[in-house]
Design a protein. Sequence first.
Length: 125
Amino acid sequence: FGEDFVRETHLYMNEVLSKEGAHLDGFFYCPHYKEAEVEAYRVSCGCRKPLPGMLEEALKTFHGDPRSSMMVGDSRGDVLAGKSLGCHNFWIVPEEAGQKDDLAFRVASFAEAVNHFLAVLGVLG
């Protein structure tokens, strides 16, 4: 996918969320891929997961602390990036929901991850 498609997708996501009274403050993505068709994107970088560069950028942008941040992903690379920074990691693997190891807590959905995270922070009972 090209970057225009990514930007259009982000706009669409915020439109859908706004209908529910929600929004995302930022979108972060890595356009780099070692086998990219566009030569400019065929580079090694620190922002492609499992490397944490993209997450570091988000934390810097929002003055975040990884210890009070969560990473929710659906791949091993996602949660490896979060683990390397010390984030609370949630891996969406419905068939393993409720299991936990040193990498991540497995959840069935994004909503379940948010509820667990808020409970850890003491926001939910």
